[in-house]
Design a protein around this ligand. Sequence first.
Ligand SMILES: [Fe+2]
Length: 368
Amino acid sequence: MESIDIGVDDLREWLDAGRPVTVLDIRNAAQREEWSIPGSVHVGPQAAMRPGPPETAAGVPVPPGQPVVAVCAQGRSSQLAVQALREQGITAMSLRGGMMAWSLAWNLAEVDLPGSRARITQVRRTGKGCLSYLVASEGAAAVVDPSIDPEVYQRIADERGLEITHVIDTHVHADHLSRSRALAGRCRAEVCLPEQNRVSFPFRALRDDEAITVGAIEIRAVRTPGHTLESTCYLVDGRALLTGDTLFPGAVGRPDLAASSEQARQRAHLLYGSLRKIAALAPEIWILPCHTSEPIPFDGKPRGAPLGEVFRQVEMLNADEDRFVEVLLSRIPPNPPNHLEIVRLNESGEVPDDPTRLEAGANRCAIS
Ligand SMILES: [Fe+2]
């Protein structure tokens, strides 16, 4: 009998190639609200097991011959749904490992920077909404905020004839486990982090305004404390600012993670100062963050926006300092799942064999 499962890599390639497939999300509504596969259709757990009319899967019309992939939380109840769908004559498969496994799926988007000697590729962890960057120039490359398997960055670099010379983080992350140390070890690159005394492994400490040379370009550190005390943005060839969790196209970073309420207030004031520092840059500079709160479609469109547009859209950026701090502190979202454990691992530089258990769920580093 044909396999009842499809793996994450195969489904990722199908979606990337635009191959027609109906993805049926059979989890309950609360689980789906947390995160989902872009373009998937929600039918819920009961509907998925009920036989429906011909050429439908759980009531969803399916063109003849088009495969259906059922997705649940961990890839078990989706197997039962697939059996029911196959009895109806539908070509159905279950996503092996469910959303837990999908957490590591990724896609790419090129950032168009006219006139720049840098090529920036946004490497996106689609389900979780983590954004990392491959910044390349003249055969050399830096990876910023890597959040997926080091093998993926290495493969893309190899395909493009690039040597990864630097691996950089914007801050000690709380939403995902940093792959910086593992990636740097693999390609014998230098790990570069903002100057701080949080992490316990060796790294090159970057001070404010210090630059790294990659091929023909400079990546310059712009110290922007607030989201965390060490948070640092990186200005690439004077054209794009990799902002980590400090500034997003529609939001700013949260100041409260792993902090007391008094520390959160102090950080909110620091964040205000950091955002004024960013506001002094040219309005056409691209703002490229390291997270989104939405799953990222396979659309090849980078998530980011010019600085001038960001300041027009995010109302709180135009408030005075006291108002900014009050608004920010009144809108603190729930904590990301397992954030204290993730911070602890990022400070020690460890990545567990199966990181998905800790990382499951959406990112929550922004306040809009
Ligand atoms: Fe963060």
